[in-house]
Design a protein around this ligand. Structure first.
Ligand SMILES: [Ca+2]
Length: 128
């Protein structure tokens, strides 16, 4: 998915990818988010981060707005009868938010994600 991640007005690239069999474990998998910034020389890798997997949650892109990458998420949760969802069929639904902060991807909680004042962030970054 494309969107501006470093507030320069130019769309960058975010990629969600999955690696299977990590640690030699059969059909276990982990999901990662990687971002590439568009520069004069082309796309340049910036950061990647573990965002989910078979035993935690699955994600799909929702949007990139105001520098925030938003995913729809599904995760296993406890059903009304007190048992957990089977691993095939997670019934929990939510959202996850990521930003590129000091060149590193970072997950935000809901309160932090709404809506970020990047002018203030840049002022803080300059001060440090
Ligand atoms: Ca950009």
């Amino acid at each position: 998915m494309t969107g501006d991640l470093d507030q320069d007005g130019i769309d960058d690239l975010a990629i969600l990818y999955t690696l299977e069999g990590i640690g030699g474990g059969g059909n276990n998998y982990s999901s990662f988010l990687a971002v590439f910034l568009r520069t004069e020389e082309g796309l340049k890798f910036s950061s990647d981060i573990l965002v989910g997997g078979k035993s935690s949650r699955s994600l799909s892109f929702k949007s990139i707005e105001n520098g925030v990458i938003t995913f729809d998420t599904r995760f296993s949760t406890i059903r009304e009868d007190g048992t957990w969802d089977p691993s095939c069929c997670p019934s929990g639904e939510g959202e996850a938010f990521y930003v590129l902060f000091y060149g590193e991807l970072r997950e935000l909680n809901v309160a932090e994600a709404a809506p970020i004042d990047w002018k203030k962030v840049r002022k803080v970054m300059k001060a440090n």
